[in-house]
Ligand binder design. Structure first.
Ligand SMILES: Nc1ncnc2c1ncn2[C@@H]1O[C@H](COP(=O)(O)OP(=O)(O)O)[C@@H](O)[C@H]1O
Ligand SMILES: [Mg+2]
Length: 386
């Protein structure tokens, strides 16, 4: 996957369907969510991404109505839903474990919610058929769940939610019960399905590659707070801080000791490196010039921007590249590209993602061969600390 290419242009979805305004949630002494505000757009796939315990499921449960926020409000299509009961909200949840009833056929599983609501029989038949067609299970109506694969069970769970014709579908770690290969296939399938039904999806995941691959926009949560809400490419290219940079892909970070801004030129004195001129004309939000005390700003760069060459080759221009002398470590061949480790004694090693050509000059060299890793100044980011 190329994370620099967004699935859709940014302005495809413009109408707000769901507004979260300053949502907070406390469980006794635990603050699960704090001041969460975001507008979710009609028809988008919106991902809530963050490490375990950051509040993703709590936020999803607040949207579904299974949990009440301690503060803030929630508007759906402009209507206040903060205290509305779950079954009165045009919102449906697909659970992590799918919760497919084992003793009911596929069709009965999908019909269950409508039967509970005493929907007329003919309408149930039509809507069940339509939902099963949407998830491509029209030929599996009479099967029992134990005759289905993991992916098919997950589609039954989806059909069961879609049959209620929700405005917003909530999916909590929808692919985590599947094995790795099926998970990749289901990502694409879910995105295609969402495009064909057009229902707004809010997906909770702790897997950044899943969020980047599937979502139109991603909210990165950490300890109950939203760090950044952006398109996948913006998160990757313009992370607001070192936490987001590290959570979205890999990044090397080095602490700064001093930052200065003179005549539209930003320079930083960096641990292990010399003074560096950064590709900036002003200081990013949250960063002050001067000495960097306790929690210093960091310079960061991605392994994709690092080149590796033999120490005997001509080095790149030293005034435009940071350079690390080191030794050739492990090379992991990954098809289109390879990952090369450059070890540096007791200093942090540097990882590079290299193409075939670069790999060619390194392959066959013994482990420990002296090499030079470098990264252009233009690929450096200056970020507030994590
Ligand atoms: N019912 C509850 N009672 C007490 N603490 C809870 C409850 N639900 C969640 N929490 C706490 O709130 C925080 C966020 O949990 P959760 O939303 O489940 O995180 P995530 O889904 O991101 O892993 C955690 O510290 C968790 O222990
Ligand atoms: Mg969770």
């Amino acid at each position: 996957m190329d994370p620099t290419v967004d699935k859709l242009p940014e302005n495809t979805h413009s109408k707000t369907i769901l507004s979260l305004n300053a949502i907070g949630k406390r469980f006794g002494k635990v603050t699960a969510l704090e001041d969460v505000s975001v507008d979710i757009k009609e028809g988008e796939i919106f991902a809530l991404l963050g490490p375990s315990g950051c509040g993703k499921s709590t936020l999803l449960r607040i949207i579904s109505g299974f949990e009440t926020p301690s503060s803030g409000e929630l508007l759906l299509d402009g209507q206040d839903m903060t205290r509305t009961a779950p079954n009165q909200r045009p919102v449906n949840m697909v659970f992590q474990s799918y919760a497919v009833f084992p003793h009911m056929s596929v069709a009965d599983n999908v019909a269950y919610g409508l039967k509970m609501e005493k929907t007329p029989k003919d309408e149930i038949t039509d809507r069940v058929n339509q939902a099963l067609t949407q998830v491509h299970l029209q030929d599996f109506k009479d099967r029992m769940p134990d005759q289905l694969s993991g992916g098919q069970k997950q589609r039954v769970a989806l059909a069961r939610a879609l049959v209620k014709q929700p405005r917003v579908l909530l999916l909590d770690e929808p692919l985590s019960a599947l094995d790795a290969k099926l998970r990749d296939a289901m990502r694409l399938e879910l995105v295609k399905l969402q495009e064909s039904v057009g229902v707004t999806f809010i997906i909770v995941t702790h897997d950044q590659s899943e969020a980047l691959a599937m979502a139109d926009r991603v909210a990165v949560l950490e300890s109950g707070r939203l760090r950044q809400v952006d398109t996948p490419s913006a998160l990757y290219q313009k992370p607001v801080d070192a936490f987001v940079a590290d959570f979205i892909g890999r990044v090397h970070t080095f602490n700064t000791q001093h930052i200065s801004l003179d005549n539209g030129s930003v320079t930083a004195l960096v641990d292990e490196l010399d003074s560096i001129t950064l590709p900036l004309t002003e200081l990013p939000d949250g960063i002050q010039a001067g000495p960097q005390p306790e929690s210093p700003a960091v310079i960061a760069f991605r392994p994709e921007c690092v080149s590796v060459q033999l120490a005997t080759a001509t080095p790149p221009a030293p005034d435009a590249h940071i350079q690390f002398n080191g030794f050739l470590g492990d090379i992991a061949f990954q098809g289109q590209h390879s990952i090369v480790e450059v070890t540096r004694g007791d200093q942090q090693s540097v990882t590079a993602v290299v193409n075939h050509q670069e790999l060619h000059t390194l392959q066959g060299q013994p482990l420990g061969t002296p090499v030079l890793a470098s990264c252009a100044y233009s690929d450096l980011m200056l970020l507030p600390p994590a």
